[in-house]
Design a protein around this ligand. Structure first.
Ligand code: BEZ
Ligand code: FE
Length: 290
């Protein structure tokens, strides 16, 4: 139907135009996108200036992106879409570590580090994170790889403060030992706002939403023959633990970062007392053969 475009037949006309798409998945996606978009427009009935404003918003989102800033990911995060995609793709993996958003700050390669190294290059309240990586059946995963990144105790990633933090600060690529165990030293991260100096920040302001994420450490954990997991460990007593701006908190990922005021324990980890200690276990799903 190429003529007589009406409100009633608009969606069908556009869906029909994709009928010859050779890739069936692309045809399904485009048809669904068109039907949902048209339903949205019929529901909202935007004025022409409002539609222009929507186009200007998306243009600004694109213009804010560069190799260190991803405003489209931020937009998807703030709408809960990133977490929805994550959650759909982790269906049926109940005993494995829950996944969360990658976020926009995994933009530089984490420096390889030895177990026990500090990822904090500037100093702050000492913190030790220890843990283990295992398969769902309990088998330890020696040689598992852990890509780790976090914000500082002031709530900034290295790439946000190139004049303050050296590149690679609070990032590290670790390899678990023969028992699948790992440990590293760091500082307790702070809660922080997602970047608000762009169109997504303006949208949060206009809708009276706060921009904060509760304190967390990011992990991508991978091991041979297993499905990698992208996740966070959240600091239990952090502000905003119940109202994450990007909806990424899952209860199973919250850990106590307890205060340890014991000289012997501190010296065993090579940190001064008191320090904070968190322990975490990552459970990966075996990859299906073939
Ligand atoms: C982050 O945790 O790094 C993050 C995730 C989503 C939006 C902004 C930041
Ligand atoms: Fe983060």
């Amino acid at each position: 139907m190429a003529t007589d475009f009406t409100e009633a037949n608009a969606a069908d006309a556009v869906v029909d135009s994709f009928a010859d798409t050779p890739d069936p998945r692309l045809r399904t996606i485009m048809s669904s996108l068109v039907r949902h978009l048209h339903a949205f427009v019929r529901d909202v009935e935007p004025t022409l200036p409002e539609w222009e404003q929507a186009i200007d918003f998306l243009t600004a989102v694109g213009q804010k992106c560069d190799d260190k800033r991803q405003e489209f990911i931020l937009f998807s995060d703030a709408l809960g879409v990133s977490m929805l995609v994550e959650t759909i793709n982790a269906r049926g993996a109940a005993e494995t570590t829950a996944s969360t958003v990658l976020g926009p700050f995994h933009v530089v390669e984490s420096p390889p580090r030895e177990l026990g190294d500090s990822i904090d290059l500037l100093g702050g309240e000492p913190c030790v994170v220890t843990g283990r990586v295992r398969s769902v059946d309990g088998t330890p995963l020696p040689g598992a790889r852990l890509d780790i990144w976090q914000a500082s105790d002031r709530g900034f990633y290295d790439v946000q403060q190139p004049d303050v933090q050296p590149e690679g600060n609070l990032r590290g690529l670790f390899t678990a030992d023969a028992d699948g165990a790992f440990w590293f030293r760091t500082v307790v991260p702070s809660y922080y706002p997602i970047p608000t100096d762009g169109p997504v920040g303006q949208l949060l302001t206009a809708t009276n939403r706060h921009p904060y994420r509760p304190a967390h450490i990011h992990f991508i954990v991978s091991a041979d023959g297993h499905v990698p997991v992208t996740t966070h460990v959240f600091v239990a007593d952090s502000p905003y633990i119940d109202s994450d701006a990007v909806f990424a908190v899952k209860r199973s990922l919250i850990r106590e970062f307890r205060v340890v005021d014991d000289e012997d324990e501190a010296s065993a980890y090579g940190v001064p007392a008191p320090f904070r200690l968190a322990t975490v276990e990552f459970v990966l799903e075996r990859r299906e053969q073939g």
